[in-house]
Design a protein around this ligand. Structure first.
Ligand code: ZN
Length: 328
């Protein structure tokens, strides 16, 4: 029997866990709430406890596992296995995550950035269909991404490769949390879409249910904007057109630069489905040249919330291939 893998998707609200076969099939999964009090010092011990508890529950031992892979927010040092600056976890200083988890569980541990890990998951068993060149974009509260090129994750000189959310799409645009203006994240994230909707509805003079909702002081979210657009609300359609224009523009630049076989759209905003996809593709077509048009498609993600744990598992399998001494 081949050894199993544990995948962990660590987030600011929950940590998702799964035990997977070496083919990436999820055999069991569970989640825990993330307690980021006391400067996040309880997070890693609670991950260790949760793993040990489940091993006992399923009568498994550390020797049954090839490794643990984890996607984490923040800046990752993959060699040292540390995380810094993960503000939603309250981790401001360097956290020796690998050292703690290996000591606590006796299982080899591998770490990467959460968006990169989700990209690996979609590339492996989701919309990427194991194709070697795939770009993944997550459209959530923020915009993250990961690039798989020639079968490998791209990390860049400082681990910042694939930060697709900070591609400038409007030099005079909104101020981003990163300190510069007009990042794609300021427009095409869930929060960005609401901001665009508020600004455009102020200038909109016609009859619109979305505008009424906003003027009435009702809270709206990105889903409300897409739902209204699907009902042909004229103001919502303008918002969606603007958002998908900038998404299409950024995807065009990605396609022209990397020529992946697929640019995969995931995250909460992608739940708008084919309605979103078709509009992004229509704009995207204007920004690419023929060779890219014929070979780079835009697709919707397929794994949903499982992308993180599946990608984390694939991190273990990839590392095991790179360094045979890691195979147990
Ligand atoms: Zn930015």
């Amino acid at each position: 029997m081949s050894k199993k893998v544990i995948g962990i998707d660590l987030g600011g609200t929950t940590a998702k866990f799964a035990i997977l076969s070496s083919e990436g099939e999820i055999q069991t999964k569970w989640s825990t709430l993330t307690d980021n009090s006391e400067e996040g010092s309880l997070i890693v011990p609670s991950i260790i406890d949760s793993i040990l508890h489940h091993l006992e529950l399923y009568q498994m031992s550390p020797e049954d596992f090839q490794g643990i892979g984890m996607g984490s927010p923040g800046v990752i040092d993959r060699e040292k296995g540390t995380v810094t600056g993960a503000y939603n976890l309250n981790w401001k200083t360097v956290q020796p995550v690998k050292q703690m988890i290996e000591a606590g569980t006796g299982i080899p541990f591998f770490l990467d950035n959460d968006a990169n890990v989700a990209a690996l998951g979609e590339q492996w068993l989701g919309a990427g269909h194991k194709e070697p060149n795939v770009v993944f974009i997550t459209l959530g509260t923020g915009v993250g991404g990961g690039i798989v090129a020639e079968g490998q994750l791209l990390h860049g000189a400082a681990g910042a490769a694939g930060e697709i959310g900070h591609i400038t799409v409007d030099p005079e645009g909104y101020l981003c949390t990163c300190g510069k203006r007009g990042c794609r994240e300021t427009i095409a994230s869930a929060t960005g879409i609401v901001r665009v909707a508020r600004d455009m509805s102020e200038a909109f003079a016609g009859d619109s249910a979305l505008k009424f909702q906003i003027d009435d002081g009702q809270g709206i979210d990105a889903k409300d904007v897409f739902d209204a657009a699907k009902e042909n609300d004229p103001s919502a359609l303008l918002v969606v057109d603007k958002v998908t224009y900038y998404l299409g523009l950024a995807c065009g630049n990605i396609g022209n630069m990397l020529n992946p076989s697929a640019i995969i759209l995931g995250g909460g905003v992608s739940k708008a489905g084919d309605f979103l996809l078709e509009k992004v593709i229509a704009h995207y077509q204007r920004f690419i040249f023929t060779a890219v048009r014929n070979s780079t498609s835009i697709r919707l993600a397929q794994l949903g919330n499982d992308a993180g744990v599946i990608g984390a598992a694939s991190l273990v399998l990839q590392k095991a291939l790179e360094k045979p001494e890691n195979i147990r």
